[in-house]
Write a protein that binds this ligand. Sequence first.
Ligand code: FES
Length: 102
Amino acid sequence: MTAACRVAFTGESHPAVAVPARARLFAHLTAVNSPLLFGCRTGVCGTCLVRVAATSAPLAPPSPEEREVLDLFAPDDPAARLACQLELTCDVTLDRHPEAPT
Ligand code: FES
């Protein structure tokens, strides 16, 4: 049995979504079941910029490529991440980042 991670959203009416551990979020989160938007899905456009509000365990740090994009869109927010690049191994609570491009 594959472990699941719970993805919750703050300040939104969407209920939490269970996704398989290490799955790419864009394969499981849609405009219907989450407030998040995805564009390129390769960590370039910043559309999926989120703020990690809480985690049940530490997340792996951003790759150098993800860090480069984070420094462009949210340079002063250590909680900012690209949802399309997260490889979850724990439960998280996410917010769509106010600096996310639309
Ligand atoms: S969807 Fe483009 S950076 Fe995540």
